[in-house]
Ligand binder design. Structure first.
Ligand SMILES: Nc1ncnc2c1ncn2[C@@H]1O[C@H](COP(=O)(O)OP(=O)(O)OP(=O)(O)O)[C@@H](O)[C@H]1O
Length: 419
């Protein structure tokens, strides 16, 4: 076969084991592969070392070993504007953002995707994510790059046979949660070479193919730009402290003070100086800046069964036909990576937002998190949580007082779900 006839796949290489093996497998399938390292964050870690430089070197070494071209791109500015600013704004509003979901949406599957297709002439892009799509490689290559019209007249019937995002075969490693805001356009031209593999198998392939330098690296944990640093210290470099009180939800007693209500997420253990027993964050008062806490890890104030999202991003069907027809749909959702899926019922609103009613109350729902929806092994899409229903504790108190319980919300008062 002539070089020009080879399929060209551009693989995002992080310098880690997963993307290295992804590139290797693409090479084995006979494709022309190019490796691209993205620099998204520009700073020194706690030891004065720029971690991105080391990762970039490792990615370059992978390309040398596989004998494929290497490119480096900087999205430091885009990452700051589209991911980090949003992260800070959300925290400032007292919400719990997810920068990894935003990074996939805006950087990997937008900036990188366009760079690969428009500048490097890629027939498809690939990453080392553990996820699958409903397309075989050949079907991915058959996609014509046609830009869909934006705006009012784009409707859900325009995309024929939309590509589905499916959970990885290794359900423990599955990363569809983080991919739930990716566009249909990018997904149609994406290959996930690791989708059918387990992590152990991926490591074995790396070991058998002289990729020892990436194998020895530790798994990236937590938010990439914070690394091992103390979260409170990191965030207080960017946001003004806003001292407030820790208040017990049970008797309104002031238990201590904190440096900012935005430092706490619902469900998290609050370290209150002078107190040995654990207390857990159950509510935040944005006006006074107080953090309400409860004394047990499974306190009813931590449990809710109702939430509302912003306009949902649907990956394949916009929105699913069943939901449009019945205005309701049974499915599953999760709001943290790797948590067990929770059965729920969705109710669609006129503006594309949904109400999610969990079959059973769940612990630790927080504003700003993404509710990611699943139907069997398909990831349908996700919406950001902007409103929470009353907690089990509020409902109990309400029952005792026979009064209607208030909702927690980060914006103006809204509707209740209407069946
Ligand atoms: N800095 C980067 N440059 C290029 N691609 C990246 C970068 N960071 C992540 N990716 C891509 O996104 C995928 C998922 O990233 P994630 O941070 O979840 O790492 P991971 O699952 O530990 O994978 P890896 O072992 O390849 O680092 C990677 O496999 C890689 O394809």
């Amino acid at each position: 076969m002539q070089m020009s006839a080879l399929r060209h796949v551009v693989c995002a290489l992080s310098g880690g084991v997963d993307s290295a093996v992804a590139a290797l497998l693409l090479r084995r399938r006979g494709y022309q592969v190019t490796g691209v390292f993205m620099k998204n964050w520009d700073s020194l870690d706690e030891h004065g070392v720029c971690a991105a430089d080391k990762d970039c070197e490792d990615a370059y070494k992978v390309c040398q070993l596989l004998d494929i071209p290497f490119h480096q791109v900087s999205y430091v500015k885009e990452y700051w504007n589209d991911v980090f600013s949003d992260f800070l704004n959300e925290y400032e509003k007292g919400r719990t953002p997810n920068p990894d979901i935003m990074c996939n949406k805006h950087i990997k599957f937008s900036c990188f995707y366009h760079y690969a297709v428009d500048n490097l002439g890629a027939d498809a892009v690939a990453t080392g994510h553990y996820a699958r799509t409903s397309l075989e490689d050949e079907e991915v290559f058959e996609q014509k790059h046609t830009k869909r019209p934006d705006g009012l007249f784009r409707n859900r019937f325009e995309v024929r046979n939309p590509v589905k995002l499916l959970q990885a075969a290794d359900s423990y490693k599955d990363q569809t949660f983080f991919l739930s805001q990716v566009s249909q356009d990018a997904l149609r031209r994406t290959i996930f070479p690791l989708g059918e593999l387990t992590k152990d198998f991926v490591k074995k392939i790396a070991a058998e193919n002289r990729l020892h330098h990436v194998l020895q690296k530790k798994e990236s944990m937590g938010i990439c730009f914070i690394g091992k640093r103390n979260f409170e210290h990191f965030i207080l470099q960017y946001l003004q402290p806003r001292p407030g009180k820790f208040i017990s939800i049970e008797d309104n007693k002031v238990l201590g003070t904190h440096k900012g209500w935005f430092l706490y997420t619902l469900g998290q253990r609050a370290k209150i100086s002078g107190l040995r027993e654990p207390w857990y964050v159950v509510e935040k008062d944005g006006i006074k800046g107080d953090v309400l806490v409860a004394p047990q890890v499974d306190h009813p104030a931590l449990y809710r069964d109702l939430l509302r999202t912003n306009r949902v991003h649907w990956i394949a069907e916009e929105p699913p036909a069943t939901l449009v027809r019945d205005k309701m749909m049974e499915c599953h959702f999760r709001f943290r990576h790797q948590m067990a899926l929770v059965p729920c019922v969705l109710t669609l609103n006129q503006d594309g937002t949904v109400w999610v009613t969990a079959v059973k109350a769940v612990r630790g729902l927080a504003l700003g998190q993404f509710a990611v929806f699943y139907k069997s092994d398909e990831c349908l899409g996700s919406g950001k949580i902007l409103r929470l229903g009353p907690s089990a504790y509020t409902l109990q108190k309400g029952k005792n007082r026979t009064r209607v319980a208030p909702e927690v919300s980060s914006d103006s008062p809204g509707l209740h779900p209407t069946p």
